[in-house]
Design a protein around this ligand. Sequence first.
Ligand code: EPZ
Length: 434
Amino acid sequence: MDKFVIRGGEPLLGTVRVSGAKNAALPCMAAALLTQEPVILENIPQVRDIQTTRNLLTAMGAEVELGYGRAQHRTTIQCEKLEAPEASYELVKTMRASTLVLGPLVARCGRARVSLPGGCAIGARPIDLHIKGLERLGAQIVQEHGYIEARAHRLKGAEIVFDKITVTGTEDLLMAATLAEGETIMQNCAREPEVADLADLLNKMGAKIEGAGSETIRVKGVSRLKGAKHRIIPDRIEAGTFIIAGAITGGDLNVAGCDPEHLGALLRKLEEAGVKTRPNGESVRVMGDNPLKACDILTEEYPGFPTDMQAQFMALVTQAEGSSIVTENIFENRFMHAQELVRMGANIKIEGRRAVVRGKSPLSAAAVLASDLRASASLVLAALVADGETIIDRVYHIDRGYERIEEKLKGVGAQIRRIGELFPKRAAAQARSS
Ligand code: EPZ
């Protein structure tokens, strides 16, 4: 398993470019199941979850071309015939978002067999709201042997009210409703920009969707959808992660190719923490020359402070004078990074859904373990400011959602390198000699 070796202490200077949003690309790739015509998606991030989704779609019978570099990070997906409308446990257990194929498959093929995702590091991650919504649209659903078997002759439009706000639940049912007979009104929907981006693609494919990005979405079902071309929005969480990297290292960093509109809650909190940021068109400049101040955050659904930025913000406030309270309202177990930060010298006490972070704590390099995607990002941020050389193991977690992060960080002055286990002796020697 690959590791990162990071020597802390370098302020990040210059410009780093953000990739396309993983959490918009995943539902948009699933949307290609809704038509027999080719769907072309640009600005696709080169991350593992995209490859996993490609494998998932091709296993069903789809043709998926995926090219980076000159191909401008583009995928062309054509689902002319779907021999096996199913998502196996082997694939779903590696990427929970595979359940995004459930709605499109039932809508397109009238049947779907999708593995229940099981839990993950950050929580139980049930999909009961996806299932309830599909039943509201007329699907018959049976759960057995760890799989969901869904069937529907043709889905029928209905009123759906989500008991809880769910991002992929909203996306799954939005896709299903596009081919349902009649009108569907969905309430208490997720308002994340990735939901609006998916609706943008679906409307280009001929769907009739209004209100995406707000809490009420109306969909007029159509009999078929056509192919389309769409550019995925920038990744607001990658952008936020790099903005915090500029702040925590006391640098002067221009985070380019992002949408500052999607970063409101984070930028407001960074200002409270004493970080100067300057949004400018499609970039945000962050200047970390002020001392950091303690600042509380509560994670909420968009447009509140994003849970996917909680771990990264916790790393930042370990360097702030005073006590910061981090409250995680979305997932029940999303403090896995805290103990690893404590091993690097942070002062963090967990009390249920709250973490009390007392700073400023000088961090020292250590051998640490990544547990999930955003926890890994938090450890990278801490390592960038820790004294000495940190080794982060299991960086496959970070590769799921950050494109070539070590190259991007190196490009703005970070001392970071990846060591693979391919040559264990050489890797160990490198780690020793630096
Ligand atoms: C999406 O996950 C994102 N993933 C997550 O990003 C993100 O953390 C999360 O939304 C919250 O913003 C993708 O978009 C692929 P939810 P999702 O359904 O849709 C409960 C990352 O780091 N719930 O909005 O799975 C659930 O347990 C990932 O990129 C139910 O109870 O999250 C949670 O407590 C991590 N029943 C809350 O709702 C359901 O049927 C929000 O979950 C569905 C969800």
